[in-house]
Design a protein around this ligand. Structure first.
Ligand SMILES: Cc1cc2nc3c(=O)[nH]c(=O)nc-3n(C[C@H](O)[C@H](O)[C@H](O)COP(=O)(O)OP(=O)(O)OC[C@H]3O[C@@H](n4cnc5c(N)ncnc54)[C@H](O)[C@@H]3O)c2cc1C
Length: 377
């Protein structure tokens, strides 16, 4: 079925590479505009993904505007951040964040794209050039076709799609992720908690998913990972330094990501990049999926301009900088703060007695935090 649909055309209006939140939403919106759209994903349906699984209110608002709020039907509200560092745990209220597994979110968004008329092809790898020439590999066969516009939504591997390199930051971290079957004791988040442990070598977050599992995601220094020998050893050492029982950190298996903080131009000829493919900072503020959805929504007029005129009419790189440049810079500043847990620890202790400090700390730590804080030794 997929092979037939793939070979039915030699030319598509839009080929979208990658069925994460950015690619699936872009494919859905372009198909609704009447474009012929292929949404190609190299993984299988329902693939796991290293992600903290917390969607902020900005991302939910994009889904509402696209009449896709239903994909969050069982997403669990997260009301409290419990942050542990240097023997101290601080509790901050959160507003507007929801937990949902990436298996569920990504599959539902891909279904929405298909329902809007896009052809959806799993297990399909794509490479493209700036003129719209596209190589599609599926079930061991490679075909070359043309696209009026290519939406590169291939996440941190986007450079492999179009050959445009990322600028990668020297102080980079890598992502780690695992899920545990059911809530256990120890540091597990319960109910509507987001649990975070912060150390100089990285941070770990845990959240309860609506399907009963617990999602764990971390961003750590690659040098410290090498020094400790394994993700579990590093994260357990981090928990011990935060004053928590190291044995309560899950043993894994932990999946990894490439280095995280990276940027590149969002447009190269007929290839327009969205989501992580256009640049990513760090997961601490929990905004990556919202940025992905926002950029997918915003790219649509640029993709249509590519189809109707020549690609120079699109000006997507500039618009992408305007849309997300400030948010990326704010996230980068927060990421630098998080590299100094002594500062966070002192701030957290002060926040317990001075509400004004609490407000500043919350603003720095999370764009979703509201205005009071409690602290316990
Ligand atoms: C440790 C960690 C924790 C995080 N926690 C959060 C959080 O709590 N909240 C939040 O909002 N964000 C979080 N993020 C960020 C979030 O996961 C990303 O920003 C988000 O997934 C970006 O979506 P995307 O659609 O751009 O890319 P992705 O979700 O990465 O999707 C890209 C897709 O492209 C596919 N692909 C790649 N190459 C090809 C190819 N050549 N052909 C076809 N398909 C291809 C991949 O298989 C993948 O499915 C976290 C990230 C990390 C690393």
């Amino acid at each position: 079925m997929e092979s037939d649909a793939l070979s039915a055309r030699d030319r598509w209006d839009a080929i979208v590479v990658g069925a994460g939140p950015a690619g699936a939403l872009a494919a859905c919106l372009l198909a609704r505009e009447g474009a012929s759209v292929l949404l190609a994903e190299k993984a299988r349906r329902g693939r796991p993904k290293v992600c903290g699984c917390c969607l902020g209110s900005g991302g939910a608002a994009v889904l509402d505007r696209a009449n896709l709020g239903g994909v969050l039907r069982d997403a669990a509200p997260i009301r409290v951040l419990r942050l542990s560092t240097r023997g101290h745990t601080t509790t901050l209220p959160l507003d507007g964040m929801r937990a949902i597994s990436r298996e569920a979110l990504d599959a539902r968004l891909a279904d929405a794209a298909e329902n809007a008329g896009a052809v959806l092809a799993w297990n399909t790898t794509v490479a493209a050039d700036a003129e719209g020439g596209v190589r599609i590999t599926h079930a061991g066969e490679t075909r070359t076709v043309r696209a009026g516009v290519v939406i590169n939504a291939a996440g941190l591997l986007a450079h492999r799609v179009d050959g445009v390199p990322f600028r990668v930051r020297r102080t980079n971290r890598v992502g780690l992720g695992t899920t545990t079957a059911a809530p256990r004791n120890g540091i597990d988040p319960c109910g509507s908690d987001l649990r975070m442990i912060v150390g100089g070598d990285g941070y770990l977050g845990g959240v309860a998913l609506p399907d009963g599992r617990t999602d764990w995601a971390a961003a750590v220094s690659p040098a410290w990972l090498r020094r400790h020998g394994s993700p579990a050893a590093l994260l357990r050492a981090m928990a011990a330094r935060a004053g928590l029982d190291p044995a309560s950190v899950p043993t894994g298996p932990w999946r990894g990501t490439p280095t995280l903080t990276r940027s590149r131009p969002a447009q190269s000829g007929r290839v327009l990049s969205v989501g992580d493919a256009a640049g990513y900072v760090e997961p601490f503020t929990g905004e990556g999926m919202s940025w992905a959805l926002l950029s997918a929504e915003a790219v649509v007029p640029h993709a249509l301009a590519c189809l109707e005129h020549d690609p120079a009419a699109a000006a997507w790189s500039r618009e992408h900088r305007t849309l997300l440049g400030r948010a990326h810079r704010r996230c980068r500043r927060t990421a630098l703060l998080v590299r100094r847990p002594a500062l966070i620890g002192a701030g957290a202790r002060l926040a317990a007695i001075r509400p004004a400090v609490a407000r500043h700390l919350e603003g720095a730590l999370s764009t979703h935090a509201t205005s009071t804080a409690r602290s316990s030794a």
